[in-house]
Design a protein around this ligand. Structure first.
Ligand code: CTP
Ligand code: MG
Length: 239
């Protein structure tokens, strides 16, 4: 079907930096699991289908306590993730067929909005690889191995990367297949793959277009992010 659009929502991480007993994507924010919020944003959007990627043994919890409980109709599959984020993304890509565009999103980013989704969708129809991000607010300095400042990039050209990262499905699938065929060689070069844009940059000829996200679109990574998320969630409720 032409222009069919899918989302892959990633929830197979272990949240080691959060140091909580429950994996961070299932911690409660205003009474609902963090993962609920990004699924809700996709459920209410133009996206046709959602593949949720969860950890081994977490599928039943996700199905009963999130997908069924909140009535998410667009979740077509709960796939099992892998060791690294990129393995989980690949599991999600393998669960999809016949789609034109795919939105890849961290389930640990609960503040995804309609505005961000609309901007990213408009952008990917012009350029097949788009990443949501924001210009940094602080000065960034690149350090050398001895923690001496080595370089200061121009602040107006430095962006932090967020998700969704949005691609033509065929392009991102091809890039991921090429990367995973050469996974060992790539890692041996000291390259760390931390997002999808890196895979497309390294394993295709397509440039990555940066699209404005929002400063609220934070990833819950460490305990202080939860405090910020609670404040942001309260602010939204009051709107
Ligand atoms: N993720 C995933 N599969 C993995 C690793 C990460 O699906 N093997 C997901 C996480 O659940 C999260 C998103 O990718 O929604 C971003 O990853 P990150 O913030 O690094 O989460 P974790 O890997 O869970 O946390 P940490 O790195 O602190 O262990
Ligand atoms: Mg991680």
């Amino acid at each position: 079907m032409k222009d069919r659009t899918a989302a892959i929502v990633l929830a197979a991480g272990k949240g080691s930096r959060m140091k909580s007993r429950v994996h961070k994507q299932y911690l409660l924010l205003e009474g609902k699991p963090i993962l609920y919020y990004s699924l809700k944003a996709f459920e209410d959007s133009f996206v046709d289908e959602i593949v949720l990627v969860a950890g081994k043994d977490e599928a039943a919890y996700c199905r009963e306590e999130i997908v069924e409980k909140y009535g998410f109709k667009k979740v077509s599959r709960i796939a099992e993730g892998g060791r690294e984020r990129y393995h989980s993304v690949f599991c999600g890509l393998q669960a999809l067929r016949d789609c034109e565009y795919v939105f890849i999103h961290d389930g640990a980013r609960p503040f995804l909005t309609k505005e961000i989704l609309d901007r990213a969708y408009a952008a990917v129809r012009r350029t097949p690889a788009c990443v949501v991000g924001m210009p940094v607010k602080d000065t960034i300095r690149i350090a050398d191995e001895n923690a001496y400042a080595a370089e200061t990039p121009r602040r107006d050209l430095v962006w932090i990367m967020q998700t969704p990262q949005v691609f033509s499905f065929d392009l991102v699938k091809r890039a991921y297949c090429a990367f995973l065929e050469q996974e060992e060689e790539t890692l041996a070069k000291g390259i760390k793959i931390t997002d999808d844009a890196m895979v497309v940059e390294l394993f295709s000829d397509t440039g990555i277009r940066l699209v404005e996200g929002s400063y609220d679109n934070i990833k819950i990574t460490t305990p202080e992010d939860l405090l910020i998320a609670q404040a942001l969630a309260k602010g939204r409720k009051a709107e």
